[in-house]
Design a protein around this ligand. Structure first.
Ligand code: AMP
Ligand code: ZN
Ligand code: FE
Ligand code: FE
Length: 274
């Protein structure tokens, strides 16, 4: 039995519907999956329903963008209460920031002579948690640019003229927010963020786990983070970070986390409730 605990849908920057994602997970033989769309829980109800039908265990989650000591760090939330009002309100705040940022990026594009409308981006995104990929897709759709890569390279990448920085919450706040919603806070893909030095601080703030297995982690990296997990008594997670057809072919299936790690997540949550 194995799981994928890092998956995106079109409720953030992926391309699959929750149902398409679950159908793939089912074909690949997964016993459990977690949905971890950025700054949103919007897809969780549909994914949960599809998982019931496919007899896959569903874990509600989200991926929060945070920072600590000027280092960007993504914090995965697992097994949160999806009705928790404090979490939902904070998430609504992050989504408002994202929507404002879209308007700012579109404004910058307009100044550069590209007649894109923010409403066109929101219509295409059709979700609460839009981001740069939706701006890029809208530019392609309106034939204002040739490809998604070109949109990022010319305008949307960090430092390019339509790039707008995103205000981020602190990693400490992310951990606290997840805990008060009954969930577990896990550091996502540490190998991608050059963030090893902040791990002790995150542990001190109550971090529960670390994503050792990830599509972009080499075997050496996975081993390195398994050592961190042992040293700091952290739970071990893993996932593909599949975004559907966004960037390459779908990554689901590239990481198969042994189910025992899912059991340990559930045990920790149950223990806390006692
Ligand atoms: P945002 O959260 O709005 O800053 O957007 C970040 C997302 O944009 C990432 O998760 C990727 O899905 C996508 N992205 C970032 N850089 C690129 C790129 N060079 N080409 C295509 N997609 C990208
Ligand atoms: Zn993403
Ligand atoms: Fe991430
Ligand atoms: Fe992700």
């Amino acid at each position: 039995m194995f799981a994928d605990l890092h998956l995106h849908t079109f409720f953030s920057d992926g391309t699959f519907t929750p149902e398409e994602l679950v159908a793939r997970a089912s074909q690949l033989g997964f016993s459990a999956i977690a949905l971890t769309d950025h700054d949103t829980l919007e897809g969780c109800d549909r994914a949960a329903a599809a998982c019931v039908a496919a007899r896959i265990e569903f874990i509600a989650g989200t991926e929060l963008t945070a920072e600590h000591a000027d280092i960007e760090v993504h914090i995965l939330a697992y097994l949160v209460d999806t009705q928790n009002q404090v979490l939902l309100q904070r998430i609504a705040g992050f989504q408002a920031v994202r929507q404002r940022r879209i308007r700012e990026m579109v404004g910058a594009l307009n100044k550069l002579g590209l007649p894109l409308k923010a409403e066109a981006v929101f219509a295409l995104a059709n979700c609460q948690s839009p981001g740069r990929p939706h701006v890029a897709r809208a530019l392609v759709k309106e034939k204002l640019i040739g490809s998604l890569d070109e949109a990022f390279d010319k305008y949307l990448k960090k430092g390019r003229p339509a790039w707008v920085p995103k205000t981020k919450m602190s990693a400490m706040e992310a951990v606290e927010l997840i805990h008060q919603a009954g969930g577990l806070a896990v550091m996502a893909h540490p190998g991608l963020n050059r963030s090893d030095e902040i791990i002790p601080d995150l542990v001190a703030a109550g971090l529960d786990g670390i994503e050792c297995f990830h599509t972009k982690h080499s075997t050496t990296m996975a081993e390195r983070y398994l050592e961190f997990a042992e040293k700091y008594h952290l739970l071990v997670t893993g996932g593909s970070d599949c975004h559907g057809f966004s960037k390459q072919k779908p990554l689901i299936g590239t990481v198969k986390l042994p189910y025992e790690h899912v059991q340990k997540l559930k045990d920790k949550v149950a223990e806390r409730k006692r």
